[in-house]
Design a protein. Structure first.
Lengths: 134, 533
């Protein structure tokens, strides 16, 4: 499933749309959540379909009139409690998206981001850690 | 988008409780708060800023509706006004994408709008309630021509992939049948005397008559298939003329089927004060309002100005900004006073020396997620085939709804559907995280389950995810009651020489009326302060 999702995204070179029978091609792997909580379970899935909405696909962040901080190479991630808290409480304009995730999901996505995109923090967090922060 | 559905086989008392909730305030309140919207306008006519500001100057940050309202009124009152705007156009979220426009979102994806002449998508606001008096008054004053916006269309669909074999039902069928069945139930308990103590005897008689009228009940207070029900829900075969023209009423849908379908969830969208008839839209796209404002105050606006610092002293306000076209080149603008309409997502990242209470308020408001997709179709099949003229179809799919154009009815040619409109929730983030082309593709796939014609008629589309918007970093201020209690007044108060305005500084968040009323309120208070100074 994990691979399918990654491939599903990668397999969309998505040329120009006019004409578009391609729009009906089967795009395997990407599923939408059903209900008010996210159904993605792995850290990679959650990052790809939630975090990347703002922090972008490589966690590189973005700059406009304001900016989305990069999650890549982000020293603030050294303490795992920090991303957990931000997911649960939000941060300035960022909504508390962790409220739509279980403790397990938050632990998974925090562990994923802290070990990818140039981050290498090996002290994994658990669902219990998240629960204690709620 | 679908929450939990009620379970079958519940006791009647539970059922009545559920129905009461559904038809009553609880469901509506839930719907309202889930939209983050629940208020009306307190506009009472054009403001009069009387008294001489004696040449005082005001720097306005942001040329959306709040900023341009302030610019228009303050210049009128005798102030020297300047406006800084990040975009290369005025209007902000008041915006229509038309053929030939390009839009680059955060992350760099650029879309070119391929719509035909005259067709458009309103990525932001798209409908105006009749009671948004301030906005309507500016439309009148600025010569923005309005036309009715159809929110309620009884012939549009309610759709769930989990109900009726995935076949969409006409709204009039669900509404009439739900109303009929619930009326019948209430009539039954009334007749059995089970309302004793709740409704006096005389009123019970009136109630029965009212239920018969309201619910299309027969003489025995029953709701069932037949001519009477058909007068409300429509016919299997419509009446015609001449031989063989006799109408045929269709079956009614059973109450249990309606309850378990979850389709009743959408009915509040046709009852909420905010969505009641008459709603309006500007002829030619919502962006016509911003364009009209810009005709008035465009000469005051510096475009491509990215504000990086807002500093105030006892003497005035100095704003540092970068020319977006020449990154790294900063300039300064100064004035005696400042009206700042920059969205809080961005303002919370800008160096601004206001007091700690306002600082905390600026940092206290997350912004809602929202995604819209516009789809150009080769022909107006929703009108030609499905007899849907404007209005909204609701679905449990991630696209949430399909809205049909409220203009050019019954004409040949192409049209643009609003093929997706999400508001918060997981699907909105999932759509945002996709490439724009993928959002369009998904909107087409999902829409085709309701209108199979999509497969032959779709031509091109454009998708705007508000969290990827460079000029807002989100859709609109998403206040919680707790945050509002703690921070709202601190956000709106004048801090030294700075006052904030925008939909985020209103009780009508995400609506243009909120931006305008916030602006009028802010500049009224500011003007008093100036006169006192």
């Amino acid at each position: 499933m994990k691979r399918q999702i990654a491939c599903g995204l990668a397999a969309l070179p998505l040329l120009a749309l006019p004409g578009v029978p391609a729009a009906f091609a089967d795009s395997a792997g990407i599923t939408f959540s059903n209900g008010r909580t996210f159904t993605e379970q792995t850290g990679e899935q959650l990052f790809t379909h939630v975090c990347a909405a703002c922090h972008l696909d490589q966690g590189q962040g973005a700059v406009g009139a304001g900016h989305y901080p990069a999650l890549a190479n982000n020293a603030n991630l050294e303490s795992a409690g920090y991303p957990i808290l931000i997911l649960l409480q939000g941060q300035k304009g960022m909504p508390p998206v962790g409220q739509m995730m279980s403790d397990d999901q938050i632990a998974a996505v925090v562990n994923y981001v802290r070990t990818h995109f140039g981050n290498n923090y090996q002290d994994a967090v658990t669902a219990e850690d998240v629960k204690a922060s709620r | 988008m679908d929450g939990e559905l009620p379970t079958a086989g519940m006791r009647r008392r539970d059922l009545l409780k559920l129905i009461g909730m559904t038809a009553g305030s609880a469901a509506m309140y839930q719907a309202m708060t889930s939209m983050g919207l629940a208020a009306t306008s307190d506009y009472s006519g054009p403001i009069k800023l009387e008294g001489d500001p004696k040449g005082a100057s005001v720097l306005i940050l942001g040329a959306g509706l709040a900023g341009m309202t302030a610019a228009l009124e303050l210049r009128q009152a005798g102030y020297k006004v300047k406006v800084l705007e990040f975009n290369n156009r005025a209007g902000g979220r008041n915006w229509s994408l038309r053929g030939g426009d390009t839009y680059t979102e955060l992350g760099g994806a650029t879309q070119k709008c391929e719509f035909d002449e005259g067709l458009y998508l309103n990525p932001g606001p798209w409908r105006i309630p009749y009671h948004h008096n301030g906005l309507l008054d500016y439309c009148k004053r600025l010569g923005v021509q309005l036309e009715p916006f159809q929110q309620i269309n009884h012939n549009a669909y309610l759709h769930s992939t989990k109900a009726f074999g995935g076949k969409p039902r006409r709204m009039r069928e669900i509404k009439s049948d739900f109303q009929g069945h619930t009326s019948e139930l209430l009539a039954k308990v009334t007749q059995k005397g089970q309302l004793e103590g709740l409704v006096n005897e005389e009123d019970q008689e009136i109630l029965l008559e009212a239920l018969r009228s309201w619910g299309a009940l027969d003489k025995d207070y029953a709701y069932k298939a037949g001519d009477l029900a058909a007068e409300f829900r429509g016919y299997e075969k419509d009446p015609g003329g001449g031989i063989g023209a006799e109408p045929a009423p269709g079956d009614v849908i059973g109450l249990s089927d309606i309850l378990n379908s979850g389709l009743w969830r959408s009915l509040a969208n046709f009852a909420l004060y905010e969505f009641q008839t008459t709603m309006f839209q500007p002829v030619g796209g919502m962006g016509r309002i911003g364009e009209a404002f810009a005709r008035e105050v465009g000469d005051l606006i510096t475009y491509n100005a990215k504000v990086t610092k807002i500093a105030q002293s006892e003497k005035g306000v100095t704003v540092t900004y970068e020319d977006v076209k020449n990154p790294g080149t900063t300039q300064e603008a100064s004035a005696d006073w400042c009206v700042c309409t920059i969205p809080l997502t961005i303002l919370s990242q800008i160096d601004i020396n206001v007091g700690s209470a306002m600082q905390a308020a600026i940092a206290a408001v997350p912004y809602a997620s929202s995604v819209k997709v516009g789809l150009q179709m080769k022909r107006r099949f929703w009108e030609e085939d499905d007899k849907i003229f404007g209005g909204v179809t609701y679905t449990n799919q991630p696209i949430s709804q399909i809205s049909y154009p409220s203009t050019d009815y019954n004409k040949k040619g192409k049209g643009v559907l609003l093929g997706c409109y999400t508001w918060n929730g997981p699907n909105s983030y999932e759509f945002t995280a996709m490439a724009p082309e993928e959002r369009v593709k998904r909107a087409v796939e999902q829409g085709s389950l309701i209108h199979p014609q999509y497969k032959d008629e779709f031509e091109n589309g454009i998708a705007v995810a508000w969290h990827r918007s460079p000029f807002t970093l989100g859709c609109a201020g998403d206040w919680t009651d707790e945050a509002r209690k703690e921070h709202y007044n601190n956000l709106c108060q004048i801090d030294g020489r700075i006052v904030l305005a925008g939909e985020h500084a209103s009780y009508i968040p995400a609506w243009q009326e909120g931006a305008i009323l916030s602006s009028l309120n802010a500049i009224t208070r500011l003007h008093q302060r100036v006169l006192q100074a």
